[in-house]
Ligand binder design. Structure first.
Ligand SMILES: [Zn+2]
Length: 485
């Protein structure tokens, strides 16, 4: 057997001002064939798991390019086309192959392409013909278009959000691929359109029980090869945005269709109940100030660079300044220009500085003040699980008794070490304000006396019923109250 694998992934928030070109991929992950490291990033586990599976089987695995860009705005047209064509040429040179196993994210939008993954998959299908296995792993925050479903044999999607299971799902993908190539199963994909868009954290109910139920059906029903939920990605303004249920059966299309429908309607029945409770700026600040023990962690949950925003909103900071609060530490506010100015001024300097809120409307106003530059770090990094996440050259400044970390590489607040590397002991602060929707929860919950989720400003289109979409369909909940009649 000879298989081909490649990775092409990013998550495009079409409302984000941060457009990216090839450098956006090269800064996050760009590996030429054979050069991908042994450990995977979020969307490249099909490649690393494939190496092990093919070695065990004695099969040949041809590696193509692996490229991943951190979530941002629109992808440059030439960047997408050049990465796509690179992978297609590598596949053409490898032909004939028995299967193509891809790592995609599924929420890319490029200039001129509302469905780049559909475009890539359709071109691959054209090239290999109808009988070669084509499958991919996807992030649930993606768009499941008809073009993709038509071009691929099956998809496997991360079940967990936070995405702790991307390697496990790549194992599922390969297990089904191996069983297919060895003739034990014939994957048949059923899709149900839930006609909704929502946010589905699996660290809480009702989604926790739903995911557990999916695992239990997979384990107990021999006809079912894989169950996945496409959560959808509300910041991607594309025609087929929305929540979908995927059931992959062993050649049982009718049973798969029925199961996809019943599970999809179960998700729909819980619409609006999946998301954690969100506080206003006033409520969050008041509750944090009233707490006896520290630290209270306030998540500026929608200014999350992990969802493609700039991460420079100042709405919460301005509230703390207006109230004259102290004992607060902010990690992070993205402002590469202000960081450069701080670097030039040097540690210990006191300067007039304008910073933050320059990227987009709805993020507050730039903050002006006399700041003290407490600590400067080049190429700063925070811990992220077993590895490290960079946040670039960074400055710890102090303004009116509030500590603020300015960063130059956009980064979600994954871990309290982002404070300690900048000289702030997070455990000693009354309040920590961070930028992340839910990924922070695992690490910050270990030091937090309480966690407050705050919706501050409108850096992200978090209310689909109010968002001015140009392309997304309007016949889904919550834009439409009763899409299922
Ligand atoms: Zn995701």
């Amino acid at each position: 057997m000879k298989l081909f694998t490649a990775v092409l992934a990013t998550e495009t928030n079409t409302f984000s001002p941060i457009c990216i070109d090839r450098r956006g991929f090269e800064a996050s992950l760009y590996a030429k064939p054979g050069e991908h490291p042994a450990t995977p990033t979020l969307c490249s586990a099909p490649l690393t798991v494939g190496r092990r599976v093919c070695a065990e089987k004695g099969w040949s695995l041809v590696e193509g390019t692996a490229a991943w860009a951190d979530p941002a705005g629109l992808v440059n047209r030439q960047a997408y086309e050049s990465l796509r064509d690179e992978i297609l040429e590598q596949l053409r040179a490898a032909l004939p192959v028995d299967g193509v196993v891809l790592g995609l994210h599924g929420a890319m939008v490029a200039d001129g392409y509302q469905d780049p993954e559909g475009d890539l998959l359709a071109r691959i299908r054209d090239m290999v013909g109808p009988d070669v296995l084509v499958c991919a792993e996807l992030d649930p925050h993606s768009h499941l278009t008809e073009k993709r479903v038509a071009a691929a044999d099956f998809f496997v999607v991360f079940k967990e959000f936070p995405h702790t299971d991307f390697v496990d799902r790549a194992e599922d993908l390969w297990r089904i691929a191996v069983d297919t190539l060895e003739g034990r199963v014939k994957p048949t994909m059923s899709v149900f359109d839930c006609r909704m868009i929502d946010v589905f954290p699996t660290s809480r109910e009702p989604m926790r029980s739903f995911v557990d139920k999916l695992h239990s059906i997979e384990a107990n029903d021999n006809d079912v090869l894989s169950l996945s939920v496409i959560h959808g990605f509300m910041a991607g303004d594309v025609p087929e945005m929305g929540t979908k249920m995927i059931v992959v059966t062993n050649s049982k299309a009718e049973k798969g269709d029925r199961l996809a429908r019943s599970l999809g309607l179960e998700l729909f029945a819980n619409r609006g109940r999946h998301m954690m409770k969100q506080l206003s700026v006033d409520e969050a600040v008041t509750r944090a100030m009233a707490a006896a023990d520290g630290p209270t962690v306030i998540a500026d949950m929608w200014d999350n660079p992990g969802g493609g925003t700039a991460g420079d909103a100042t709405v919460l900071l301005s509230e703390f300044i207006d109230r004259g609060c102290v004992g607060v530490a902010f990690g992070t506010i993205w402002d590469p220009i202000a960081v450069q100015i701080c670097m030039a001024a040097g540690e210990g300097a006191e300067i007039s500085l304008r910073f933050g809120a320059k990227s987009a409307p709805g993020t507050g106003s730039p903050v002006d003040g006399r700041v003290t530059i407490v600590k400067l770090v080049r190429n700063a990094e925070m811990r992220f699980g077993e590895s490290y996440a960079p946040f670039g050259d960074a400055a710890h400044i102090c303004l009116n008794g509030i500590d603020i970390i300015l960063n130059s590489v956009r980064a979600q607040s994954f871990d309290p070490s982002l404070f300690s590397v900048m000289g702030i002991d997070p455990a000693q602060r009354k309040i920590l304000v961070i930028k992340s929707t839910n990924h922070f929860q695992a690490s910050f919950s270990k030091i937090a006396s309480q966690i407050l989720y705050c919706s501050a400003g409108t850096p992200y289109p978090n209310s689909p019923a109010d968002t001015l979409y140009r392309y997304a369909r309007e016949d889904i909940w919550p834009m439409m109250k009763k899409p299922h009649g």
